[in-house]
Design a protein around this ligand. Structure first.
Ligand code: ADP
Ligand code: MG
Length: 389
């Protein structure tokens, strides 16, 4: 699947600029197994890079101008590297301008380059095509001009570029795009950025994403409210238990003891967060033991919490999870990402995938008159150079 994309990107570069590219970079999207709405609550998340990628072809052009082509959109733009970088009206170019600005602001010096890129990561479905775009661009510039940039710094600059574009994201997306390893999930401590890999062998089960194909506009207002509610809850917890500085130090009992001191909303949000942080630890244990059924149960529990306590689900996502819960072949399912639309992540018994896919597609269409989209994903490597041999 990626070979076609790589060939197409190389051929486009050659056609456009006359020569073969000097560097070809592959930069992946990501999934998150568990740990949802947890990055901004200083907890742990468990993402992985996937085998859906953006492919970039780069070459120096011996000038101070860079020319970048988005093959999928049939659009291009030029940037003068001697001038101050500012936001453009072309949305996709801002991710690239953002990383160029980050590199410059961090003192890295480089000259003009030509770049074309093309992708098979669905855009806006919660698989972080934007992080792949940022991290792949930084990686390509680093390789082209021999810049010495540690991987974690690529992720951090990618995140800052996204903030510059106007999205106040956590570090998870860029971190997983850069640090991913085949068949491994990454447990990231979102407070300290320490991380560890765990084996991601799902044994008899396949990892499949169902895309609800909706995005409700509640998303950004709810995101901000959740952040505020969690801050309020944490300050109540801290003032009652002086030893506690973060949700990670809490048990469910701490939160239950303070139920009367919190508004009902703040209480359920905190209850979800503390339980979800605990579930990430349990998910790592389950993966280490190869107990995929236990992992699946945790996914269902997370969805229940996101839907009933954190209130970031929607009818379409609940329908998908509730429908799948009735199927013996599905051992786990939950909404993935911020919520109010996007994908569910699902563990389905090998051999049963096609039956489940067609049944759900039909039921979903009947219920909402919307086409379900389906992505089979494998866990892949982080941003890297492509070796032609
Ligand atoms: P996602 O969940 O996919 O990261 P975002 O809204 O954060 O969704 O980022 C999607 C944006 O990234 C697109 O609107 C576009 O500006 C940019 N982008 C992603 N993939 C491509 C691509 N193949 N070509 C051009 N721009 C892209
Ligand atoms: Mg994004």
């Amino acid at each position: 699947m990626n070979d076609l994309l790589i060939n197409k990107t190389n051929a486009f570069f050659k056609e456009k600029f006359g020569d073969a590219p000097e560097k070809v970079v592959l930069s992946p999207g990501r999934i998150n197994i568990i740990g949802e709405h947890i990055d901004y609550n200083d907890g742990y998340v468990l993402p992985a890079a996937i085998d859906k990628i953006i492919c970039f072809a780069f070459a120096k052009n011996n000038s101070k101008q860079s020319k970048i082509v988005a093959i999928d959109l049939n659009e291009e733009f030029e940037v003068d590297l001697t001038k101050t970088i500012s936001l453009s009206k072309v949305v996709w170019s801002n991710y690239i301008l953002g990383v160029i600005k980050q590199l410059q602001d961090n003192g890295f010096s480089f000259d003009g380059f030509n770049c074309v890129f093309s992708s098979n990561i669905p855009v806006g479905s919660g698989l972080s095509s934007s992080a792949a775009l940022e991290c792949g661009t930084i990686f390509g510039i680093k390789e082209l001009f021999n810049l010495s940039i540690p991987k974690v710094d690529i992720a951090l600059m990618g995140q800052k570029a996204e903030h510059w574009v106007g999205i106040n994201c956590g570090i998870m997306d860029q971190f997983s795009s850069v640090m991913g390893l085949e068949n491994k999930v990454i447990k990231i401590d979102c407070k300290t950025l320490e991380y560890e890999y765990h084996n991601a062998d799902f044994n008899d089960y396949s990892l499949i994403l169902f895309d609800s194909n909706v995005k409700h506009s509640l998303f950004s207002s709810a995101y901000n409210t959740r952040r505020e509610e969690c801050e309020e809850g944490l300050s109540i917890i801290k003032s009652n238990f002086p030893g506690i500085t973060s949700f990670r130090d809490c048990t469910e009992i701490h939160v239950l003891q303070l139920k009367d001191k919190m508004t009902p909303n703040v209480f359920v949000r905190c209850h979800y967060v503390v339980k979800e942080i605990h579930r990430v630890a349990l998910a790592c244990e389950a993966l280490d033991k190869g107990d995929i059924e236990a992992l699946g149960k945790l996914l269902f529990e997370t969805h229940e919490g996101l839907s009933k306590e954190y209130l970031v689900s929607c009818d379409e996502l609940d329908f998908i999870v509730d429908t799948l819960k009735k199927e013996e072949a599905v051992i786990g399912s939950r909404l993935m990402g911020g919520g109010f639309g996007g994908c569910t992540i699902n563990l389905i018994k090998k051999g049963e995938e096609e039956a489940i896919k067609s049944k759900l597609t039909k039921l979903y269409k009947e219920a909402f008159d919307i086409e379900l989209k389906i992505y089979d994903v494998k866990i892949g490597n982080g941003t890297s150079l492509y070796n032609r041999n």
